[in-house]
Design a protein around this ligand. Sequence first.
Ligand SMILES: [Zn+2]
Length: 235
Amino acid sequence: MPELAEVEWFRKRWNAGLGDEIVDLSLHAGKYVFRSTNTRALRENLLGERLLRSTRLGKQMHFEFSGDNWLAVHLGMTGKTHAEVPDFRPGGHDHLVLYQRNRALVFTRGFDQKFLDQFFDRHHQAPIKGVLLMQHGFPGIGNWMADEILWRAKVLPPKRTGKLSACERAAIFRAAKFVVKKSLQSLGKDFSDPPKNWLIHQKWKRNGICPRHHTPLHHATIAGRTTVWCRRCQK
Ligand SMILES: [Zn+2]
C-alpha cells in the first residue's frame, strides 16, 4: 500500500486547480475504480463548481468543491493524480478527468510500458532496485516486492537502470504487473501470504535459497535497503 508521504505528494498534484471551476468532466468508469460512486451524480454535482481545498485522511484524499461537494480518492497500488494541459485527451487508464479552463485534473490507474520506460530514462544513473522503490513512480511497490520483481525478471538489483536492455525492461514490466496483481489478490481474499514458491518467503531467512535453483541467495544493501538475489538467475 502507498506510504502516507506519497499520498500527500499526489494530493498536491491537483493544487494547481484550486479556486477554478470544473467546466467539463470525463469518466471512464471501470467498475473497480468507481465501486461505490454514482457516476451520474458525480457529473451533475461537480460541473460548474470550484475546487476549494484538499485534505488527506489516512490513505484517502478528499477534494472539496463549492456547493458542499466532496470527492474521495484512494490511490490503491497503481493510482496517480496529475495535472495536464486543458485539451488533454484521456487514455484507457485515465479514469477521471476534471477539466478546468487552464488545465485538466486527471486520475489515472494502471501503468504501461511507456510510463515505465520514461521513468527509467529519467533515473538512468540509479540502480534498478532503487528506482523500483521510488514511490512517485511505483506507488505501493515496497522492498520485498522490488526483489520479487527483479528475481522474476532475472535482472541484477544493483544494475544501473540505463544499462537495461529493452528485453529486460519488458521483463520487469511483466513481472511488476504480475507481482502487484497476485499480491493484491491474495491480500484481498483473506490477507494470506503470496504463494509458497515466491522469493519473499526466503528473503528474511538467514539461509534463504532461490526457489528455482535451491542455491543460497546473495545479500547486499542497495539504495539503503536490504536486497537479496540469486546469482544464477539474475545477470
Ligand atoms: Zn536462481
